[in-house]
Design a protein around this ligand. Structure first.
Ligand SMILES: C[S@@+](CC[C@H](N)C(=O)[O-])C[C@H]1O[C@@H](n2cnc3c(N)ncnc32)[C@H](O)[C@@H]1O
Length: 175
């Protein structure tokens, strides 16, 4: 199953269109929505996903941008490069007996995939590089910001939106 763009995707995309530059990584690309939003402003976009179906879909669906490359990767396992701008709409919901999908759940408490990503991303950011990431009030935002601070990131809230039963946030992280 491929994650179809939802409110979180569209809120993040707005900031990707504004801020993307240089060498860009789209982590967890899904349908490729963020990669294609970044492409017109980027030098090069590498878009990765753990889900081979998503990568297959993107490779077949889009041939418009020559500066976008799709690759299968579990976080940075297949990504040796460094970037100026990293995008991530992560799986950020806590696991429940109803939902254990890789596109939505980020671990038992929801923030675990984000914590792993932030730890690894530090080695893949160029000087003055930025990460833009979306997550929810259901992720435990306090924990995400605490983890980011411990890793040495500065965090800036770019956007917030209330949707049904949750708030979603877009944050920028930089070193
Ligand atoms: C919430 S969806 C976001 C999809 C798309 N970027 C968007 O904004 O609509 C999360 C995506 O991350 C992928 N993903 C989950 N765990 C991952 C991991 N460890 N490494 C790479 N991608 C992962 C999922 O397969 C899914 O496509």
């Amino acid at each position: 199953m491929i994650y179809l763009p939802r409110e979180d995707s569209y809120l993040l995309k707005k900031w990707v269109e504004k801020l993307a530059h240089g060498d860009v990584l789209d982590m967890g690309t899904g349908t490729g929505i963020q990669a294609f939003a970044a492409a017109p402003k980027a030098k090069k976009v590498i878009a990765v996903d753990k889900n081979p179906e998503a990568i297959e879909y993107c490779k077949n669906a889009f041939h418009i941008f020559e500066n976008v490359e799709f690759r299968e990767s579990d976080l940075f396992s297949n990504v040796p490069e460094k970037f100026d701008f990293i995008i991530f709409n992560p799986p950020y919901l806590p696991e429940s007996k109803y939902d254990k999908e890789i596109d939505t759940t980020g671990g038992k408490e929801g923030w675990e995939t984000i914590a792993k990503f932030l730890k690894e991303a530090k080695k893949h950011l160029n000087k003055k590089g930025q990460i833009v990431m979306v997550f929810s009030s259901l992720t435990n935002p306090k924990k995400v910001l605490e983890v980011a601070k411990k890793l040495g990131y500065k965090a800036k809230l770019l956007d917030k939106k209330h949707i049904n039963f949750e708030d979603i946030f877009v944050y920028e992280f930089s070193i």
